[in-house]
Design a protein around this ligand. Structure first.
Ligand code: FAS
Ligand code: PHB
Length: 388
């Protein structure tokens, strides 16, 4: 089997890269470990930067997004159970944001792949990446009981944090930056009307977040201990804790109901430098992880594959400079989002070793943010994300 670009992983990064390469007439084969149904069953991100929206529109993937996505121009932050500030990023930056679930983007990507005859191999096992430091890399995998060798010009590692592609880079050829947070996010979906706006909450009991997927599907999160499981959290316990952490005026508007999905995600910051090795290029969670507090993970995967698809198109057209610069180009935007996501996480969560002084300083930070348009503009610019 031979193709121009072998893509490992068919999550948002891999399946969007395959689509963007098709737009440039570049062939690819995507090799995915899970079934399509499993990938579509994962509930993850929910907020898109405007650069992501515009990129999906340019790629012809925005019909449902424009019909069902929820454009919003501000977010709120509550603290001390009564204070609320608003960051009006539309007014401060000229850019809105859009709520549209990652699951729906994944569905849109797979529908486009089917319609356009893309080659995505689901259920591939024993995936190995070989000879990336030569000009003849190849990928080996097993599918339907058959071992397959996929020869290619380039390999895109889009297989997430636990994939094989980053491990293909030798330890002495990469620097790994990592910070694990001492708590997780318990998230639920409920078929209830969401609050009119997205609100983050800092509270001495812990962080909370109210978001949405559509006018009758809400997404909520509360910070929880790392060793908790979803079995520790009945719906009643979840709603009681969420209401305890929100400003009272927000809680009064909240409509509770049975959860239809409940999961706990750990939080970490991670960056692998460089994001390439020979003819292997990492994109998305394979190269970096951010705590979801800044709503950046999915958006970074999109910007990575934008840069990589443009660089590969330039290469095949005779200019290899962008491909050589891919890692540096992508890392500029990655580190901006990694820092912002760390800052939001540090500002809004209750750390186990935190003292009452630390909590008070967080609250003073928020009081200053509420009073300073300059500080709000700084946060707004980072929340909406850098231009591509
Ligand atoms: P993904 O992990 O989505 O996809 C990688 C794909 O590679 C998967 O389909 C996997 O099955 C496949 N794969 C792995 N190993 C393989 C192998 N050896 N061979 C072949 N295929 C292999 N971001 C936000 O902005 N907001 C959120 O609220 C949020 N919540 C999250 C919750 C969880 C539990 C997780 C894990 C992430 C969350 N994220 C969130 C971040 C998330 O949205 C990622 O940024 C996004 O999925 C990145 O997409 P990919 O890079 O494609 O990685
Ligand atoms: C979500 O809607 O899932 C969401 C929103 C904002 C975040 C993280 C997740 O910062």
């Amino acid at each position: 089997m031979r193709t121009q670009v072998a893509i490992v992983g068919a999550g948002p990064a891999g399946s969007l890269l395959s689509l963007l390469l098709r737009r440039h007439g570049i062939e690819s084969v995507v090799v995915e470990r899970q079934t399509k149904e499993y990938v579509l069953g994962r509930i993850r991100a929910g907020v898109l930067e405007w650069t992501t929206v515009e990129l999906l529109r340019a790629a012809g993937l925005a019909d449902r997004l424009d019909a069902e996505g929820h454009v919003h121009d501000s977010v709120k932050i509550g603290w001390r159970g009564e204070e609320i500030l608003s960051i009006d990023f539309q007014r401060l930056t000229g850019k809105p944001m859009m709520s549209y679930g990652q699951t729906m983007i994944q569905e849109d990507l797979y529908l486009a792949a089917e319609a356009e005859g893309a080659n995505i191999v689901f259920g591939a096992s024993d995936v190995e990446i070989h000879d990336v430091t030569t000009d003849q890399p190849w990928v080996r995998f097993t599918a339907d009981g058959e071992q397959v060798r996929l020869d290619c010009d380039y390999v895109a590692g889009c297989d997430g944090y636990h994939g094989v592609s980053r491990a293909t880079i030798p330890a002495d050829a990469k620097t790994e930056y990592e910070k694990a947070y001492p708590f997780g996010w318990l998230g639920i979906l409920s078929e209830t009307p969401p609050l009119p706006h997205l609100i983050y909450a800092n509270h001495e009991r812990g962080f909370a977040l109210c978001s949405q997927r559509n006018p009758m599907l809400s997404r909520y999160y509360v910070q929880c201990p790392l060793d908790d499981t979803v079995d520790d959290w009945s719906d009643d316990r979840f709603w009681t804790e969420l209401l305890a952490r929100l400003p009272v005026s927000e809680g009064e508007q909240l409509v509770t109901g049975p959860s239809i999905e409940k999961s706990i995600a750990p939080l970490r910051s991670y960056v692998c430098e460089p994001m390439s090795h020979g003819r292997l290029f990492l994109a998305g969670d394979a190269a970096h992880i951010v705590p979801p507090t800044g709503a950046k993970g999915l958006n970074l995967a999109v910007s990575d594959v934008h840069y990589l698809s443009e660089a590969l198109a330039a290469h095949y057209a005779g200019d290899s400079a962008p491909l050589a610069a891919y890692s540096a180009t992508a890392l500029h935007r990655v580190w901006s989002s990694v820092r912002f996501s760390w800052w939001m996480t540090t500002l809004l969560h209750r750390f186990p070793d935190q003292t009452v002084f630390d909590q008070r300083i967080q609250e003073e930070d928020l009081t200053h943010l509420a009073a300073s348009e300059a500080s709000q503009t700084n946060v707004a610019e980072q929340y909406v994300g850098l231009d591509l």
